[in-house]
Ligand binder design. Sequence first.
Ligand code: PEP
Ligand code: MG
Length: 592
Amino acid sequence: MIPGELKRTIILQGMGVSPGIAIGTAHLIRRVDAPISRYQIEDKSLVGEEIRRFRKAIKDSENQLLEIKRKFKDQEGLETLYILDVHIMILRDKMLIRQTIQNIEEKGVNAEWALRMTLDKYREVFSKVDDEYLRERVSDVEYAGQRILRNLAGVHHETVSGIGENAIIIARDLSPADTMQMKVEKIQGFATDMGGKTSHTAIVARAYEIPAVVGLEKVTTEARTGDIVIIDGTAGAVIVNPDPEIVRRYEEKKRHYATIEDSLLKYARKPAVTADKHRVLIGANIEFTEEIASAVQHGTDGIGLYRTEFIYINRDRLPTEEEHFCTYKKVVESKGIRWATIRTFDLGGDKFISDPRLAAEMNPVMGLRAIRFCLREVDLFKVQLRAILRASAYGRTRVLFPMISGMEELLETKRIFNEVKKELKRDGIPYGKDVKIGIMMEVPSAALIAEDLAREVDFFSIGTNDLIQYTLAIDRVNERVSYLYEPLHPAVLKLIRHMVEAGHKAGIEVAMCGEMAGEPVYTMVLLGLGLDELSMNALVIPRIKKIIRAVTMTECRKLVDQVMGFNTASEIEFFVRESMRRKFTDDFEIAD
Ligand code: PEP
Ligand code: MG
């Protein structure tokens, strides 16, 4: 790479075979297949020599595997040793040996070519097998065969060494011998071009609970050793060279994932209804369309927040209307969701963008970002709105405007939105007739005039990440003041209560899509405050549902009444944590 060159973020979709999130540094394992030459053994007296060469290569291969097994037998899991045994059995397979020798004798070809013919025959036979597990065992035959071929070619070295800490192993495919030689403790994740659910990489990854995505087709060409890589083994996605903002989001997801136990997944399929029959809607926050399937699996009712600015990563030019449209259509059409909330660009601030129109600013989070930027760059905004409206013809769509700080901004935004609708109508382009308009409630000024804003929209979605930042004057990404970032600060709670009441008075739904909505310890408080929808990182949904189903609205409201009696954030935090711990003994730690 040229020094100073910006590395492009690349997102790849494969098959998630071992769940979880890993963030680490790529370590590429390049396995070069042994070269296969083809020549005729013209001199019949040399056929015997060729067969001996083949037998020796088999013996050498077997000895190498036995050596690896011996070296690692105390360190590794049984599963891997077992697969190594399978490879040794393949090397001893009479059919494989006999068929190859027959090829040498009858076709007069060299050992490499004779073996290749045998391996191809195996591949053909295996490909016809119905059973997926058995079908994939052809890769074991191939590994064993490659080892023999390497020995025939005189290439002996094992390929895996020098793996650093926090490594994400990237390979075309991994053989058991490869994984056996890796220090598993150092490995954070696996990403391979090839493979399926029962491939060796998948089995090993699951056995060691290491997130893995296989079948990525081109991860070895897209990633280089040293690149930062995120593996989302749950969604089956791999992100190479993520933007710091994406890393931040995935660190958050990782934290949530760590708290999820399998036993909670049974709550995924149950509705979020309190013990006294109050229904709360559950949304998922997504950044990529690839996450939708996992959100549905974790029990979401709908997409509560699609952060469309993530479309921008990977690009040095703006997406076309068609590109926007295809993405949004995919989202709204997704199976298993009842609605999709598409938030218009929230660019600027801490959000990546190389667009020169977003010049560097002294205080970017309070600068030309989100709706302010869109109202300045109306043409760009209209392209996105047209695409959202066109996609709305294919599924229930809600459009959400970020960072609204006052009435003028909202009215101007609505004016542009209606203008786009009219243009579509004029051009005979279909769009959904019932697209709901909502605004992010994340600026204190908007919270304070919630009554007025509520009359102009169909729903509110409270963005606590920014709301807390602006209310408490705490930079949300500055570690040095993070101790002051207090979701239960009385000022924040009062603003939330005010927005919910104003929204309900106007007859609209009030959602919350900031991180606070996905913090289990706050769930009872949020129910007591009257939120209609909680939208969160999908991985945490089962845990939140478990809490909702175990409580009554009466006790949640009582908790809020008690909480509102305190005047410091730390008292409230302590009280809420203690209450949650008493009610859910195993799920919460003792408050300090
Ligand atoms: C928020 O501010 O709470 C929010 C959900 O939006 P973002 O994190 O994208 O700013
Ligand atoms: Mg925000």
